[in-house]
Design a protein around this ligand. Structure first.
Ligand code: C2E
Ligand code: MG
Ligand code: MG
Length: 552
């Protein structure tokens, strides 16, 4: 008899200490054996989050053992955890069963309490798990995704798997138009639909905001693409909206080496970012280029301050020429990063610096460099022309922008007529107002302003109508190209040049490469050109030679 009790108790303890392999099924077997040993007919456990819930009867009651009439209570045990949660257990017997003697009762007490402790620990673990791996609404979160990837790696790997990050398109508009409550419903509805599609062939997680990460087997790619293109989602009664998403997709190759979950995140995250930026782009496939771009971004961020200190940024100067007489009439300062003797073009670092306000530091640095050179040229008695400097739109955040520009020019004692500020159009109304103030202010003190890239979609007619620009720079994309309707593009070009002329705004065309294009400018009243036809952007000493000649 004693021997057999010890066996049961041992089993129970075994279960308690085996954290790794705890399973509810095994636990139920131990419970059944123990209950039979004590001639019990039923064992019930109750779980309440707190005493109030217990009083109100809001909790979970499970009948883990039920093998006969539960006529009388053999033992009832109630434990309160440190956090205030309550777990209780009740063991029942049939009426005609002999009551347990004191010793037996003590043993049952021991068993029941051990069992309750084990159950409550397990519940706790579940709760912690739920908290750590799910968001506030109970949806699996980013840690869940990472853990899923790790487990997948341990159990069979990533063969024929596709990882994907997606972002609901225009979710802010959905939220704005239908309200946040409907927005939440729609987001969850979309998630649920995708979750159902994936089923047990992968997982999808909510990784913050309206972003999601998923991994699934390759056969689901086509349906998933359809879901990204649009799914109807109900949000109230029969009201529904089409929800679509842009996605970064990584088709995991057979030779993929997985060291850590971030290896996958680092592929799908930038691809999804790229998908978001593309105008109609819905799906961008993660590839080497995207990863390289990401690496470039972090490299630029890392080295920027240091490069600025080391004076690795140089202004190159691209001449601006009067097309009628070939006279050098100005130049644009274009930034180059001289890195270990190599010349890095702005496309590789300016977009990165524009993601925060680092670009403003660089622009002022270039303006300062330009001013210093103009000052020197003047003191050397050289023939100086107006130099334009590009200012990023990011500067519009600076309430003292005008003063800051003027301070740099003044401290280098440069007459205002030698400086021109190039700006591209702002996208919002607030920016438009700020730009208006800046252009007005510069115009008032005689610093000329140019609207850059005119005609690229970033410049509108309103911009030239309402702001006192000195110069319009027609973008090279408006020059008639080889493979297009020359007649139409020539027409557009000539009208823009005429518009500038009629408004009394100086007009220059950028990116002029051929004699034919120069002829087009001449015959259409666009007096100035900048482009490879005359020169590429030149390093300082080269440009100084052009300054001295002054003519093409
Ligand atoms: P952007 O201000 O429109 O400058 C004109 C760009 O066209 C320059 O590219 C120039 O090299 C290029 N270009 C000039 N002539 C020709 C031509 O005949 N054919 C072709 N295909 N291209 C020509 P770059 O120097 O690579 O600069 C690109 C852009 O980077 C600039 O466009 C400007 O938006 C930005 N950028 C350059 N330097 C600065 C800077 O110091 N500050 C800021 N904020 N932006 C800068
Ligand atoms: Mg420019
Ligand atoms: Mg331009």
């Amino acid at each position: 008899m004693d021997q057999s009790f010890l066996e049961h108790f041992e089993n129970l303890i075994d279960q308690m200490v085996d954290y790794e392999h705890y399973s509810r099924e095994k636990m139920l077997i131990v419970l059944r054996d123990t209950a039979r040993y004590f001639h019990l007919t039923r064992v019930e456990t109750e779980f309440y989050k707190n005493a109030t819930d217990e009083k109100d009867g809001i909790g979970e009651i499970t009948r883990d053992f039920d093998e006969g009439p539960a006529d009388k209570v053999a033992l009832h045990k109630r434990l309160v955890s440190k956090s205030g949660a309550i777990i209780a257990g009740t063991a029942y017997m049939a009426q005609d069963t002999e009551p347990l003697d004191e010793k037996q009762l003590r043993r049952l007490d021991l068993c029941l309490r051990s069992m309750l402790a084990l159950l409550s620990r397990n519940r706790m673990q579940n709760a912690i798990e739920q908290l750590a791996y799910h968001d506030m609404d109970g949806y699996p979160n980013f840690p869940y995704y990472y853990r899923y990837l790790e487990r997948l790696n341990e159990n069979g790997g990533f063969k024929d798997q596709i990882a994907m990050m997606f972002n609901i398109r225009q979710f802010s508009i959905i939220n704005r138009d239908l309200g946040p409550a409907a927005g939440d419903k729609i987001m969850h509805g979309y998630f649920d639909a995708i979750n159902e599609m994936i089923g047990d062939k992968g997982c999808v997680c909510h990784v913050g905001g309206d972003n999601f990460a998923a991994i699934f087997s390759a056969e689901l790619l086509e349906p998933m693409k359809k879901a990204m293109n649009g799914l109807p989602v109900k949000y109230s009664g029969n009201d529904q909206v089409m929800v679509s998403a842009c996605a970064g997709v990584f088709i995991i190759p057979p030779d993929f080496v997985f060291n850590r979950p971030a290896d996958i995140a680092e592929m799908i995250f930038p691809a999804c970012q790229a998908a978001k930026l593309e105008k109609d782009g819905r799906i961008v496939y993660a590839n080497k280029k995207i990863v390289e771009e990401k690496e470039n971004t972090s490299r630029v961020r890392r080295y920027f301050e240091n490069a600025l200190e080391k004076q690795d940024f140089q202004a190159y100067y691209q001449p601006k020429v009067d097309v009628q007489n070939g006279k050098l009439i100005g130049a644009e300062a274009l930034c180059r990063w001289i890195k270990n003797g190599e010349v890095v073009p702005p496309a590789q670092f300016i977009p990165v610096l524009e993601q925060n306000t680092d670009i403003c530091k660089l622009d002022f640095y270039i303006l300062e460099q330009v001013c210093k050179n103009i000052h020197r040229w003047l003191s050397e008695g050289r023939n100086v022309v107006r130099i334009s400097v590009n200012l990023s739109r990011k500067h519009l955040l600076n309430p003292n922008l005008l003063e800051d520009i003027v301070r740099i020019i003044d401290r280098n004692k440069v007459p205002y007529k030698y400086i021109e500020i190039e700006l591209t159009e702002s996208t919002t109304e607030a920016d438009f107002k700020k730009m208006q103030r800046l252009v007005d202010g510069l115009q008032e003190i005689g610093i000329s302003t140019a609207v850059d890239d005119f005609g690229t979609g970033y410049s509108s007619l309103r911009l030239v109508r309402e702001l006192p620009w000195k110069v319009i720079k027609i973008d090279r994309s408006l020059l008639p190209g080889e493979n297009e309707n020359k007649k139409m593009s020539t027409l557009v070009f000539s009208h823009i040049a005429a518009l500038a002329k009629d408004m009394g705004i100086e007009c220059i065309t950028e990116g002029v490469e051929t004699a034919e294009q120069i002829e087009l400018l001449r015959s259409n009243d666009c007096p100035f050109a900048q482009g490879f036809f005359y020169d590429k952007p030149l390093p300082l000493e080269e440009f100084e030679k052009r300054l001295d000649i002054g003519k093409y």
